[in-house]
Design a protein around this ligand. Structure first.
Ligand code: ZN
Length: 474
């Protein structure tokens, strides 16, 4: 089934339902101005608060936990919520049945709850089928998952594509279980329903898009999942108040099946996606890791590396691999989108990953704020990257007689700006972008950008028109 058929025949599409905030009026601030005025630490605290509110919800790849999460995000961003019915074909996959859970527990012979879903939703293997039975410990143990190496932590396990059930618990608690009969209850259902995802499209001056994607399907886990949700929500909210060059598309999806579903329904839209980032694991204290797109040398890859190389928290660049989050689907060969992924410590590289220790103490507001700053700095490079033509290309123009030394004289970084000006003049032949010049010269992108502005004001430089799909009304 092609994406148009899917839209017409199988999908309920809700646009700005009652209760969603209306799209904010577009302001005149550029992204640079907005970033200059931003209180990053207040934004970090706000992201942390959202994580704390979302933390108790039992999410999964489908179901009401996912919807409840989107409803909270919609208090900040006017998301469109899409429902794609169970059984819909999405490339080689099929939208699964919907999973919902009300309660789950294991009681000992005395009727005491020894495992209780209400204490932690990680206690139930996510997507467990319903069960209500009595059994001996040796049989129950086949359905229990622990981490012997981390005996105090509860592991996070799923059974998305296999019909089974199970419980997860601290290994120390397993050791306390005495032989005897246990009563097991998982009050869940796995029925035809739909897969839910949230999408927010923010039009800019140009039709080309920047995709910002996060997965929102993990239950009570903070860094893997909720930090990305909070960061993408904050970016959507902030960018809504800026006058943007690019259009932006924000996706809140269940991992893997969500991006596959979105791509299957929006294949035509992908032609306009020029850059993208998958956000996850951005709330821990670790240094940044940028995973390049499959292309490896896309503008987003180069912009991210340029920004992070100057970041005080340090960083590591990783080449693309077909393992990780939704960049796997965006970078599958049939799409090959310029989508990288910026995390702090990558998934599975921190011991708390997929355990109850990835909790509200593991993510910090200041780490979230730093990650937001890094994302915004990368987007600023994309927004401002442009090519210019030197209008005085035969020998260097005399900067002094135009008052340009005077213009720089009062600035603390006058020397850096003068050098930036010389690089911009020399390489602005219409074929080098500011990012090209930054890479070749080792100069800071911002300095080159300010130099270019001064040179344009003094009629020494002319911006090249960008080949664009314009969103501007005639
Ligand atoms: Zn995960």
């Amino acid at each position: 089934m092609n994406s148009a058929d899917t839209t017409l025949t199988t999908c309920e599409r809700r646009t700005d339902p009652a209760g969603a905030p209306s799209r904010p009026a577009r302001a005149v601030l550029t992204l640079d101005e907005l970033c200059a005025a931003l209180d990053l630490s207040a934004a970090g605290a706000e992201m942390y608060d959202l994580i704390a509110r979302l933390y108790p919800i039992c999410r999964s790849i489908t179901g009401n936990g996912f919807r409840d999460t989107l409803n909270q995000v919609r208090e900040h961003v006017p998301l469109e919520v899409h429902e794609v019915p169970t059984g819909t074909d999405v490339f080689d996959w099929t939208v699964p049945r919907e999973w919902n859970i009300r309660d789950a527990w294991v009681k000992n012979a005395a009727g005491e709850k020894v495992i209780d879903f209400r204490k932690s939703n990680l206690h139930v293997v996510n997507y467990s089928v319903p069960v209500r039975r009595k059994m001996q410990l040796h049989e129950l143990r086949q359905h229990l998952h622990t981490l012997p190496d981390r005996p105090e932590w509860i592991p996070y396990r799923t059974s998305y594509y296999k019909e089974t059930w199970g419980f997860c618990l601290a290994h120390n608690d397993l050791m306390q279980l005495a032989d005897g009969e246990y009563e097991v209850c998982i009050d869940s259902d796995l029925k035809p329903g739909s897969l839910t995802y949230g999408e927010y499209y923010l039009p800019g001056k140009r039709g080309e898009e920047v995709l910002l994607s996060c997965h929102a399907c993990h239950p009570s886990l903070c860094n893997d999942n909720l930090s990305g949700v909070a960061l993408v929500t904050q970016l959507a909210k902030l960018l809504s108040g800026a006058a943007l060059q690019y259009s932006y598309r924000f996706l809140f999806i269940p991992v893997t099946i969500g991006s596959i579903t979105w791509l299957a329904r929006n294949e035509a839209t992908t032609a306009g996606i020029q850059h993208g980032l998958v956000a996850a694991c951005v709330g821990d204290r670790g240094k940044f890791h940028y995973k390049r797109s499959r292309r490896g040398d896309a503008e987003i890859d180069r912009a991210a590396v340029h920004v992070l190389r100057r970041h005080p928290d340090g960083f590591e660049a990783l080449d693309f691999s077909p393992y990780g989050y939704d960049e796997r689907q965006y970078c599958s060969p049939g799409f090959n989108l310029a989508v990288g992924s910026l995390t702090r410590t990558p998934h599975s590289c921190f011991p708390q990953y997929h355990t109850s220790a990835d909790d509200l103490t593991f993510v910090r507001p200041e780490a979230l704020a730093g990650s937001l700053g890094a994302y915004l700095a990368i987007l600023r490079v994309l927004e401002n990257n442009a090519r210019y033509v030197n209008l005085n290309p035969k020998c260097e123009p005399q900067l002094g007689k135009r008052g340009l030394y005077r213009a720089m004289g009062g600035l603390p970084d006058a020397g850096k700006l003068e050098l930036a000006m010389l690089w911009v003049l020399n390489l602005s032949d219409g074929s080098h972008s500011l990012l090209d010049i930054a890479e070749r010269s080792g100069s800071d992108f911002d300095a080159l950008r300010r130099a270019a502005d001064l040179l344009v004001q003094n009629h020494l430089l002319r911006p090249c028109p960008r080949a664009t799909i314009s969103n501007e009304k005639e």
